[in-house]
Design a protein around this ligand. Structure first.
Ligand code: ATP
Length: 358
């Protein structure tokens, strides 16, 4: 029997609450399925670790998780530590060296959840956003000089490589092909950004030729925000740069009902390194320790992890269990307007996993 090794990195804020819930649910589904086992190793890296050690994770941190089959990540962010330190010290310190260049974010209005869009009911909003996760605006290229003087200057250079754009386009066209509508929207800003974004568009056209069965169109990112709100049913798979997709996927998450539901996978499609699965929300310190964090985003991310393992039956079972629970409004946490607690939602999902009809 295959046993998958999972590195759990709960991180900060509500991260530990949702990751603990996620591990419980994963263990329940593995037990119910019976065809595979899980070994979960926990790594308490993040803001508290930084306060003690002056870094977000140990120097050999990546070596400790390199051999795992996947990473389940909570959130990194701490009110006492600047965001760029928490982000670059942990999440990006894993994503970039592990070449998790495809960030995949499914968005759907789950049963029982109300979208803030009046016109949207279930199937009208069913998207997957593919975010380029290794370069672009977040490449880390740039610098700062003459700090504190009137001559101070700073640059952040968006760096796009042909290899980087080709591989994300190929991944996105492939994902679009695997979905029933076979339709991809390529987000761009080539009217104003006339170098890298023009190359982005050219490469999209070139890769499209490899996927003649996929229909595609192109949208400027500003117009895209309007289309997501006004004509959500005209979108399916979406590919965008690191920055553009970062912003669009937060919009997508709230249009689907709550930031607490949305999942994401940071994939290394070649499987040379472990891929990382996490809810898209942050550390949400305002609700930390109150027991009311919505764990659904972590559960849905766990579904993506099981799909990545090739455990399709277990993934589908967990997704059905999640949908059964969101369909019951008594099991909605406060972010969805309910009064349920993290533990109630977790117990209900585990119950549904063991239920005969799920
Ligand atoms: P960070 O700085 O780490 O990104 P943040 O607190 O600024 O974190 P988020 O955590 O992404 O931002 O979310 C903003 C707000 O949405 C939170 O303050 C919280 O009230 C709510 N929220 C986010 N995730 C959840 C969740 N899983 N359950 C309930 N509410 C949530």
């Amino acid at each position: 029997m295959k046993t998958y090794a999972i590195a759990a990195i709960p991180g900060d804020g509500i991260g530990p609450e949702v990751v603990d819930a996620g591990v419980e649910v994963l263990e329940a589904v593995a037990k119910r399925d019976g065809g595979f086992g899980l070994r979960v190793d926990r790594f308490d890296w993040g803001g508290e670790y930084y306060k003690k050690h002056g870094r977000m994770m140990p120097e050999n941190g990546r070596d400790l998780i390199r051999k795992h089959d996947a990473i389940l990540f909570g959130s990194a962010g701490h009110p006492d530590i600047p965001d760029h330190i928490t982000l670059w010290g942990l999440r990006l310190a894993i994503c970039q060296p592990f070449d998790q260049y495809a960030n995949v974010r499914p968005t759907r209005v789950l049963p029982g959840i109300t979208s803030p869009l009046r016109a949207v009911d279930g199937p009208e909003l069913d998207w997957v956003i593919v975010r380029e996760n290794s370069e672009g605006e977040y490449a880390g290229v740039g610098g700062r000089v003459h700090q504190g003087s009137p001559l101070e200057a700073a640059t952040d250079v968006a760096m796009f490589t042909r290899a980087g754009v080709e591989r994300i386009m190929r991944f996105a066209f492939g994902l679009a092909r695997s979905r029933s509508r076979k339709f991809l929207t390529v987000v761009t800003k080539s009217n104003a950004q006339r170098h890298a974004m023009v190359m982005w568009d050219e490469i999209a056209t070139q890769i499209a030729a490899e996927f003649p069965d996929v229909t595609w169109d192109k949208m400027l990112v500003d117009a895209m925000t309007m289309r997501m709100v006004m004509r959500p049913q005209t979108l399916d798979t979406i590919v965008a740069t690191n920055l553009h997709a970062d912003i669009l996927s937060d919009l997508a998450a709230v249009l689907a009902g709550s930031l607490g539901i949305a999942p994401t996978a940071n994939l290394n499609p070649e499987r040379a390194f472990p891929s990382m699965f996490e809810p898209i929300h942050g550390s949400a310190f305002d609700i930390m320790g109150k027991g009311i964090a919505n764990p659904i985003g972590t559960f849905w991310s766990s579904v993506m992890m099981l799909e990545h393992f090739g455990e399709q039956a277990a993934a589908a079972r967990l997704m059905r269990a999640i949908e059964k629970v969101t369909g019951d409004r008594r099991l909605h946490t406060p972010d969805l307007g309910g009064t349920a607690r993290t533990a109630d939602v977790t117990a209900a999902v585990i119950d549904a996993i063991h239920g005969a009809n799920v």
